[in-house]
Design a protein around this ligand. Sequence first.
Ligand code: ATP
Ligand code: MG
Ligand code: MG
Ligand code: MG
Length: 488
Amino acid sequence: MSYLPIQQLLQATPGTDVTVKGWVRTKRESKNAVFIAINDGSTINTIQAVAEAGQLPDDLLRQITTGACVAITGQLVESIGSGQNVEVKINDVTVYGPADPDKYPLQPKRHSLEFLREIAHLRPRTNTFSAILRVRHALAFAVHKYFNDNGFYYLNTPIITASDAEGAGEMFRVTTLDPLNPPRTDDGKVDYSEDFFGRETNLTVSGQLEGELGALALGKIYTFGPTFRAENSNTTRHLAEFWMIEPEMAFHELEDNMNLAEDFVRSVIRYALDHCADDLAFLDNRLKEEEKTKKKEEQSELSLIEKLRFVVDNQFERLTYTEAVDILINSKPAKKGQFQYEVTWGIDLQSEHERYLVERHFKKPVILTNYPRAIKAFYMKQDNAPATNSRGEVFGPTVRAMDVLFPGIGEIIGGSQREDDFDKLVARMNEVGIEPEALWWYLDTRRFGSAPHAGFGLGFERLVQFVTGMGNIRDVIPFPRAPKSAEF
Ligand code: ATP
Ligand code: MG
Ligand code: MG
Ligand code: MG
């Protein structure tokens, strides 16, 4: 007797003896028959199993409830009524694990995402979350496939590290000292000589600096690993633990970096469209239902799948930060005072500004470049001339940075061409208060055989958010870590 996942069973030829193993979604009893819908997580679809009325003993039938885990043997037969080609004519049912209907929290109805967040340990058993997790898997696979197909090497950068690439002070400390009562030197500073690594260490906030070492040896590399930031903000696009994809390429300048970022994102989304049709159709429907509850003017014009197709088929808009600031200053929301943060040249754009540009002005993904040097990390390549706008106003110095902005999310990618000039890099480190000695290994790549290079970081969950249409980043990772939430 063959045991096949339901995904394959639904494609199999009627007439064979089969075993189905999975969790009961629904049980329906009519005068003549009992219908059991089973899902095993291999697909969004359920398979229907049918027994004649009276065929199954009462005490067994009572245990077949939503959430129970069962093995059903029977014959695969053509189905007329189930919406599928095939169903299982039941011979025998074994209940592996019952689920007391009075206590099992998941019932065959649509639960709110907020409720499901409270039972994150069980939510992969729902249609919505199993669909999201399968799409997440497909996207992760597509990421590796894209880079492999394009000559990149997968480089694993350290999780525990002494460097703070972003300098944003959002690090989780790693220490073997007593955190509450660490040994101290005479001048009161923590004495790290007794710590495991002999110095202050933390969980990585980005693998980029180490990634650059790889690129300046292997040519093209990418990292794809867990990343940690002690974000104190409670937003729908920040997690304390997320997965970042960071390609880094020698002999690439800003323009090449943009081309790669765009081609990469469009390719992996295309992969999801091609390989997750059932799951995306389900998520699309789910969103359509959600849209119906909104006011007419707030309803989205495009469905989820139409949005994904649009991104795959259309070029992203490209403009400089300075041009974007001009657009924002002259925008309706700015004039009506509707932005929470006022826009002036030099500010770090907020999600409200990013989303205005993408969703209302250009109505497509946008790549912004050449940001003010003061708001970007020290390693970005400095532009030769300061920014000027169309009216000839001159602003401060800029760097060859690029942010890719997406509808519904805002920043999805941050990247840049890197400063490859040793003297400029050291001068910039001194200006922002980073000791060059602490990053001597990084500076060695500029000291010896420096090369133009560029790269970017894509937050994997933000990509999954876009592809699944989920509004909150906590709903696209199996075990979300955010302030005050770590049940696992
Ligand atoms: P944001 O402005 O949204 O805080 P950032 O500019 O701090 O992002 P970068 O340092 O540029 O982020 O990191 C590169 C990418 O990593 C971002 O474009 C985003 O996709 C992702 N990312 C950054 N912080 C988080 C987070 N806390 N949770 C999930 N993804 C994140
Ligand atoms: Mg941030
Ligand atoms: Mg940012
Ligand atoms: Mg950024």
